[in-house]
Write a protein that binds this ligand. Structure first.
Ligand code: ATP
Length: 489
């Protein structure tokens, strides 16, 4: 173990004193090392709830034996999920088949739209999933997701009326351990476990990546506070799943708040870049870099990774890099995009698509119109542009040409998927737009832009802190001339 920083040593002291803790740990500040330090200072029994299985395994090798390292799902599996083993590995089947088995056989008409059995079936399954992520005790209409094209409250309420009987039936179906028609998934037993108000037997609990904890797990964790010392560790400024809007789990948690701000990932120049976004995100921490790590900011011709805001931006970047003759990897592969491209092909050929996002559109023209003119569809514009520029087939071909990360010259990733990752050199892609101009002007007559939103600032913070040695600000360079940043600097 390295000599702990003052902040790390302080965290260990406060932990020893028995307080519940919320530890705001910036990118690269040694979260796991610090939790290890906390655990090493006591003989009490602990539990580490990890974000995923790999992190749990890695942590198990780094913590003393007194700490049991598991994911929340593994904990729920041991308590409840194991009863459903027979159903867990059942084959995948299209949602419409599941819908049919639940009794969804006829289309329904809502406003100007006809919702077919496929769309209805998807919506029923997504309703159950959204309930499973929530801390709610009962499944109700507000778990029904919004459907693109059904954007008025009245239409949505009508949809909820149609969906709820089937969603209730689906949730009941999932409770049969032997057989059923709905595919049983891991989030289903996690919810069932949470509904039993479980006690996690331990003297202290560590919750990692706490900022992105969904409400169902948050509730279980917080409910242990009377018998266990609770430690949340994470980085509010990296909260990018938005389970509960702007306030993340950590900010609202009742505990002694401590920080880890010395980053061992990069030098001071990247820490400065990170701090610009932390300021804009109104985050509770600012980072200090390590002087011993050489770091540079400036343009890069051959970055190890290119980070994009959206999946569509990532695909545009992949196509540009492939055309330039590079071997390209896309984190999480290209399946999602291939599915969208197939949907685009169907629509262009005059067929409806079963893609859950686009089921309500009868033609490509209708989708183009929605993306161009409907405020709810604006986020689809880059996808429409991508298809209109390259055609669905070129996108499908590009997906086929992707290689894995080990064999690639460059890895393209969304900033979301890059969470927890780091590369020596990173370039930010062009799809991080600056805030729009307001109709006000400064003394020189230049338009004053809107402030940077919290969400955009957090995502930019995640993106710039993936670099260890060299960062090319690329599509985020507008920050250099954005007025509040200029005056803060
Ligand atoms: N006090 C310290 N002095 C020097 N290096 C440290 C110290 N604490 C942690 N580190 C180093 O920082 C790096 C990151 O630490 P660690 O693996 O604990 O972080 P993590 O859990 O991956 O999360 P994150 O990097 O996001 O903080 C490691 O290389 C670790 O050795």
């Amino acid at each position: 173990m390295h000599t702990p920083t003052d902040e790390q040593a302080h965290a260990a002291d406060v932990f020893r004193a028995g307080h519940h803790l919320v530890l705001q740990a910036g990118a690269g500040t040694g979260k796991t090392s610090t939790l290890g330090l906390l655990a090493a200072g006591t003989h009490r029994r602990g539990r580490y709830l990890a974000f995923n299985k790999n992190i749990a395994q890695d942590a198990a090798g780094r913590f003393p034996r007194t700490v049991l390292c598991k994911t929340a799902h593994a904990t729920a599996f041991a308590a409840v999920g194991h009863r459903y083993t027979r159903r867990l590995n059942s084959p995948r089947q299209p949602a419409w088949k599941t819908g049919q088995a639940l009794g969804i056989t006829r289309p329904v008409r809502i406003g100007a739209h006809e919702i077919g059995p496929r769309a209805l079936s998807h919506t029923v399954l997504r309703t159950v999933t959204r309930y499973c992520y929530s801390a709610d005790r009962t499944l109700t209409g507000h778990h029904v997701p919004r459907l693109r094209g059904l954007d008025t409250p009245g239409d949505h309420a009508r949809l909820a009326d149609e969906v709820m009987p089937f969603a209730t039936k689906a949730w009941a179906d999932l409770h049969n351990p032997d057989q059923g028609v709905v595919r049983f998934e891991h989030d289903h037993y996690l919810k069932m476990w949470a509904l039993t108000a479980p006690t996690i037997e331990a003297d202290f609990l560590f919750l990692d990546e706490a900022q992105d904890t969904n409400p169902v797990l948050e509730e279980v964790f917080a409910a242990q506070r009377d018998h266990a010392q609770l430690v949340m560790v994470g980085d509010s400024a990296q909260a990018i799943y938005g389970w509960r809007g702007a306030r993340d789990v950590m900010t609202g948690f009742d505990a002694t708040a401590l920080t880890l701000t010395r980053s061992f990932r990069f030098g001071p120049l990247i820490a400065e870049e990170a701090n610009r976004w932390l300021t804009l995100a109104d985050a509770p921490i600012r980072l200090t870099g390590s002087d011993t790590i050489p770091t540079d900011i400036g343009s890069l011709d051959r970055p190890d990774a290119v980070l994009c805001r959206t999946n569509i931006g990532a695909m545009a970047e992949v196509m540009r890099l492939l055309a330039a003759g590079h071997r390209v990897a896309l984190t999480r592969g290209g399946q999602q995009l291939a599915a969208l491209a197939l949907a685009a092909r169907d629509l262009k050929d005059g067929r409806r698509t079963s893609h859950p996002e686009l089921v309500l559109f009868a033609s490509w023209g209708e989708l183009q119109d929605y993306a161009a003119h409907d405020p709810a569809g604006r986020d689809l514009q880059p996808f429409v542009d991508l298809v209109d520029t390259h055609g669905p087939d070129a996108i499908l071909t590009a997906v086929d040409q992707l290689t894995d990360e080990q064999h690639a010259d460059v890895t393209v990733s969304t900033a979301h998927t890059a969470k927890g990752r780091e590369w020596p050199t990173v370039k930010i892609a062009d799809d991080f737009p600056p805030p729009k101009d307001t109709d006000q002007h400064d003394a020189q007559g230049r338009p004053i832009p809107e402030p940077v939103s919290d969400t955009d600032a957090r995502l930019a913070y995640v993106a710039v802190t993936r670099a260890r040695h060299h960062l090319d600000l690329g599509g985020l360079s507008w920050i250099n001339t954005h007025p509040p940043a200029a005056s803060a600097g």
